[in-house]
Each structure stands twice: as C-alpha cells, then as structure tokens.
Ligand binder design. Structure first.
Ligand code: 5GP
Ligand code: ZN
Length: 115
C-alpha cells in the first residue's frame, strides 16, 4: 500500500534489521526497542489491523502464531524465561503504524497492567 512504512519495509524500500523472513512474513527489530528483545512480526501483504482480518488471513495469522513467533522467541533466547506478544489495535489501543504488526518483547520482567 502506498505510503505505508511497513509495506516499504516488507518490500525492502526501507531497510530493517530482519531476524526472520519467508514469502508471507517479515520479522524485524523495532527501531525504538522497549525491551532487550523487541521484534515486530508483520504479514507482508498489507492489512491495517486485527479489525480488518477475515478468513483470507487465516493462513498467514496461523503461520505467525504457530511458527514464526515461537521460532523467533527461541532464536532470540527468550522462550524459556517468557515473553510478551502484543498487537496494539486502533487509536485507543495505541496503534501508531496502520499495518498489522505483532510486537514480541522479552529479556526483562514485564509489568501488568500495561500503560
Ligand atoms: P505501534 O505503536 O503501532 O503498536 O507500534 C509501531 C512500532 O513500530 C513502534 O514500536 C515503533 O518504534 C516501530 N517503528 C516505527 N517506524 C519504524 C521503522 O521505520 N522501522 C522499525 N524497525 N520500526 C519502526
Ligand atoms: Zn502496509
């Protein structure tokens, strides 16, 4: 999608520190990490948020949750102690980039409730 920063990252028009990639998904380090490990996992095909998901996204979302997140967590060394997975959605959800992304955070103790 034109003018979407994460589409540009997925298309390599903007560089990123990728930690995992396949034909459907890119995982890359957050520019402003909020934890020692802070990776964003995106579907390469643009979809704005969880609100816009439909049956056509089942494969990619299943792939992200069943394969990519556990694999990246393990590779980043945060699977044993634990980690947090977040999808900020919409304005009150704190979503600033309107291309669905899953935050994978770890390497420190997380607090609850989030701010
Ligand atoms: P949101 O606030 O939408 O849940 O998360 C957006 C995230 O994208 C933020 O954590 C922000 O630091 C990250 N981000 C924004 N622009 C870029 C960028 O150009 N490159 C990378 N690697 N991360 C970005
Ligand atoms: Zn996009």
């Amino acid at each position: 999608m034109a003018d979407c920063i994460f589409c540009k990252i997925a298309n390599k028009e903007i560089p990123s520190a990728a930690v995992y990639e396949d034909d459907m998904v890119l995982a890359f380090k957050d520019l402003e990490p909020q934890a020692p490990v802070h990776v964003l996992v995106i579907p390469k095909k643009h979809v704005e948020s969880i609100k816009e998901l439909d049956d056509s996204h089942k494969d990619v979302m299943g792939h992200i949750f069943c394969k990519v997140l556990p694999r990246v967590a393990k590779e980043q060394g945060i699977d044993e102690k634990g980690f947090r997975v977040v999808a900020n959605t919409g304005d009150e959800g704190g979503q600033t980039v309107k291309h669905l992304h899953i935050h994978l955070l770890g390497g420190r103790s997380m607090q609850w409730p989030p701010g």
